[in-house]
Design a protein around this ligand. Structure first.
Ligand code: GDP
Length: 145
């Protein structure tokens, strides 16, 4: 399915200067980058974004982490972009994620795991709308001949 997904380069990866490496992996994949910006979330912004996790024991820590420094939010488009991006990311816990995945190569632990990706079409739409308005999302740019 041709679809969009939200990707976030989290504060750990931005502060370790891995943003460029992560964007490079996106651009070398089949995914097309159609929106990107660097922002810093307030605690309320981060809490709103992760509202589905508000009953989880790690919610407060997660909100503190996600509002601890700048993040890079991106919209990716392509065939099966949701699963494709989650494949490039690797599993949640960076300590178990295989080498070759972003979380395995660049993340630190179960919380500081370098990147976020939407998990389904419904959440992808909600998450993209949380950060971007329509004028900030571009048509895919084709490679020059
Ligand atoms: P994801 O879809 O792979 O990002 O995983 P989840 O939706 O389950 O969790 C959302 C985010 O919460 C993860 O990416 C981690 O940053 C963080 N997280 C997940 N599990 C834990 C945990 O047990 N402890 C802490 N501190 N953070 C966690």
């Amino acid at each position: 399915m041709h679809e969009r997904t939200l990707a976030i380069i989290k504060p750990d990866a931005v502060s370790s200067r891995h943003s460029g490496e992560i964007l490079r992996r996106i651009e070398e994949s089949e995914l097309r980058l159609i929106a990107v910006k660097m922002i810093t979330l307030s605690g309320d912004d981060a809490g709103g974004f992760y509202a589905v996790h508000k009953e989880r024991p790690f919610f407060r820590e997660l909100v503190n982490f996600m509002s601890s420094g700048p993040i890079v939010v991106c919209v990716l488009e392509g065939e099966n972009s949701i699963l494709r991006w989650r494949g490039l990311m690797g599993p949640t816990n960076s300590e178990d994620a295989p080498k070759g995945t972003i979380r395995g190569d660049l993340g630190i632990d179960i919380e500081r795991n370098a990147v976020h990706g939407s998990d389904a079409p419904g959440t992808a739409k909600l998450e993209i709308d949380y950060f971007f308005n329509a004028t900030e999302i571009c048509a895919p740019v084709e490679a020059l001949p």
